[in-house]
Design a protein around this ligand. Sequence first.
Ligand code: FE2
Ligand code: FE2
Length: 263
Amino acid sequence: MLIAQLSDVHVRRRGELYKGLVDSNRMFAEAIEHLRGLDRRPDLVLLTGDLVDEGHADEYANVRELLKALDLPYLIVPGNHDERVNFTTAFYNHAYLPAEGPLHYCVDEFPVRIVALDSCPPGEHHGDVTAGGLEWLRATLDADLEKPTLVLMHHPPFTSGIPYLDDYRYFEGGLLASIIEGRKNIEAVLCGHVHRSMVRRWAGTVVMACPSTTTQIALRLAPGAEPCSYAGPPACLLHLWTAEGLVSHISYIGEFEGPYPFF
Ligand SMILES: [Fe+2]
Ligand SMILES: [Fe+2]
């Protein structure tokens, strides 16, 4: 099974630029074209949050318009730039989304079980899951201790070392780790939010953060570093599931010189 992950697409209203500078709408369309042009068709696409930039209904209308070009099944997870009511209204036909409350869900119709956790307290930019959400997660994971499982959430539950990102991180990673820990069937926790690729061993599994299809946060690790970002290189993740396990690839979106002969 091939699973593509797109994250932090930050779609704006038609004709509007992200941060007034970057054409995130065009870049999302290009990311969709990129998936359609892969030599192996993904079986599933995961969109791990920040589908839009300001949570407006018009932005969601534009996301849906752009997603018409994606002829693949996809699942969506909210990010801190999403607005819960507008999000669920726009995706009313995504039956796996709860009608109200935090948007936790489980989709169990693929060879890999998908367990999505809503890490977005309404109106906040940092990540958190309520006690009820953590209990939901425990019960959902307890229901199948065998089937390979991917946990999705927008905020990576660790400190990145990039100071201006860590102000908006998931703060209670320890509580979450205590639920994930010891479950051999959790192949990975897939996140977004940080607009960069990051990997960390965590709670006995691997956490991966997906790059954005639009701006990439600058890699600055000095304390007090000035926040900034770059218009690329945009990328997505391709998670290939086989009987051997999960292999995750970064797939850059754009035109590059080549292909050169291998030998
Ligand atoms: Fe984002
Ligand atoms: Fe985010």
